[in-house]
Design a protein around this ligand. Structure first.
Ligand SMILES: Nc1ncnc2c1ncn2[C@@H]1O[C@H](COP(=O)(O)OP(=O)(O)O)[C@@H](O)[C@H]1O
Ligand SMILES: [Mg+2]
Length: 270
């Protein structure tokens, strides 16, 4: 019934089609100053899935996440994010693509002297014309949505608190709420719990997982704690020295096997 011209299977933002992976890397290579950082990496993130990207420090996780939103472009191979190739996008199209992709950073990326509420509202800045000063300068409908998202991460009561007085785990949940205000289709999270204690890490990841399930948001989240990857993710990917060495559903993996993958051949366990 639906002719291709109606675009009924596409999202409003652009090229993504129902059933298509939200992210696809095909034979991707990336080097910096002649040093190969990613080598022939192929990977798909299916729609609605929570994929953990694991691997030791320096494996290429951040580089892969940056390739996914066009902060880096590949030297070889292709990237397709929500049906768009960042390398072929004009600046305005890349901006439109990035508005559909949330990014959560290890160091939260919040403005410490501003309240939780104002930081969340900043997630909508890409859609607003003018710079804003203070919570009341944002449209009422957005303020309502900001409180709703803070409530979903368990921080509605802290909305007027300065972010630099919140705990690390609370700050990261504010950052998640800020990303949600953008209504992203895909969230890229770069070691979002690396600076947090174990209890806060579990709470942040559980929150991200619950909301991604509720809203059907796909997540690609780098983690270096393999146990957290196993308990949170639907699918586990591992990188080592720029090579993709594992891509499996979490249900078929055991912690022992995952640890084995991390121990380089010939190296005894400490
Ligand atoms: N912009 C850059 N310029 C030069 N080298 C880089 C750059 N970004 C990353 N690298 C190098 O690429 C390798 C992989 O880095 P990265 O993707 O940050 O790994 P991970 O996130 O897994 O720790 C590292 O050796 C790092 O030094
Ligand atoms: Mg990194």
């Amino acid at each position: 019934m639906n002719s291709p011209e109606t675009g009924s299977a596409s999202s409003p933002g652009g090229g993504s089609v129902e059933g298509e992976p939200v992210l696809r890397l095909s034979g991707v290579g990336k080097s910096f100053n002649g040093v190969t950082v990613l080598d022939d990496v192929s990977l798909e993130v299916p729609r609605g899935r929570f994929v953990a990207l694991t691997g030791p420090s320096g494996a290429g996780k951040s580089t892969l996440l940056r390739l996914a939103n066009g902060m880096h472009l590949p030297d070889r191979g292709t990237v397709s994010t929500l049906g768009e190739d960042p390398a072929a996008c004009s600046r305005s199209r890349l901006r439109a693509l990035r508005a559909r992709v949330g990014f959560v950073f290890q160091q939260f990326g919040l403005v410490g002297r501003l309240s939780a509420m104002e930081n969340v509202l900043m997630g909508a800045l890409a859609t607003l014309r003018l710079p804003r000063y203070g919570v009341m300068s944002y449209p009422r409908a957005l303020r309502v949505r900001a409180v709703e998202q803070l409530d979903r991460v368990g921080l509605a009561d802290q909305r007027f608190q300065r972010c630099d007085t919140l705990s690390g785990g609370q700050q990261q949940r504010v950052a998640v709420a800020r990303t949600l205000l953008q209504s992203p289709e895909l969230i890229l999270a770069d070691e979002p719990v690396a600076s947090l204690d174990p209890a806060a890490s579990v709470l942040v990841l559980d929150t991200l997982k619950r909301i991604s399930t509720e809203d059907g948001i796909s997540v690609l989240c780098s983690l270096h704690q393999v146990e957290l990857a196993l308990t949170t993710a639907d699918q586990i990917v591992a990188l080592r020295d720029g090579h993709l060495i594992l891509n499996e559903p979490a249900t078929t993996l055991t912690p022992a096997r995952l640890h084995e993958i991390y121990t380089p051949t010939g190296e005894a366990d400490a």
